[in-house]
Design a protein around this ligand. Sequence first.
Ligand code: H2B
Ligand code: FE
Length: 304
Amino acid sequence: SSTRIPKSINEISNGENILGFGANLSADHPGYNDEEYKRRRMQIVELAKQHVPGQPVPYVEYTPAETAVWGEVLTKLEKLYPDFACKQFLDTFSLFNFRPDRVPQLQDMSEVLQQRTGWTIRPVAGLLHPRDFLNGLAFRTFHSTQYIRHGSNPMYTPEPDICHELLGHVPMLADPAFADMAYSIGLASLGASKEDCWHLTKLYWYTVEFGVIKEGEQLKAFGAGILSSFGELEWFQHGKGDQRPVFEPLDPFGKLTKMSYKDGFQKKYYVADSFEDLSAKIKEYATYLHNKNKVTSLDLSILQ
Ligand code: H2B
Ligand code: FE
């Protein structure tokens, strides 16, 4: 095939191929003028870059100010989950013993996941290139940032941070059916062309980041971008004023709508019937991509 398939997680770098902010925050980042914040962030990123797969994730001693940010985010979001989060999330959430007075260590969270679903958390220097990030999912590895958002506005971050990873992604990855769905997206990305990767980025976005699932008559959130956002939790169920989001069933083969990054909440959400159903559809799509890109079962046998 034309694109190289990594043979192990060691062939995916967690420190190169970083998109987005890195150390140079853009002018609309809340930490843009805060030299101390930028220094601190670099310090945590340097630790992440030194991490070797298979070794424990480096321990970060979070400051009282950082802990206060975590505590505020946890306390506010936790209150909303019973009404808005899917049952799988509510079931797995308690496994992690989140406390407002302590930022969890990625290593401890990773150990819980390894026991439940065999997934591993790997620290990463920032927003990883989509191909590397998606390929990681095929190795049941979730690349996670370890730094925390700027303290000036604890309920907002323009990029992933530890609050988003731990409150949005990690509980869902402890659910076997969800974890298998995420793995399927990773599988689909092996050997995918650039265009395919872009489509898979959207598929990831509308499931793992902003997915919604049917529970009887209700719609509940399983996407981390909803679960880690105070405003988006409210918006996806109740809208705002007389505006309402649109809901559609998800077809991995179909065209997926434009993603909203900075211009507010998603206008459209895709609805899953179950994680098993979603996984089956994504696996069909993965098979289609593998055939198209001449990825053989031998190429994929490294994953066993
Ligand atoms: N990198 C990191 N560190 N966290 C993410 O959640 C993430 C990423 N998401 N890179 C990826 C890109 C996603 O937006 C898709 C697959 O491109
Ligand atoms: Fe995310």
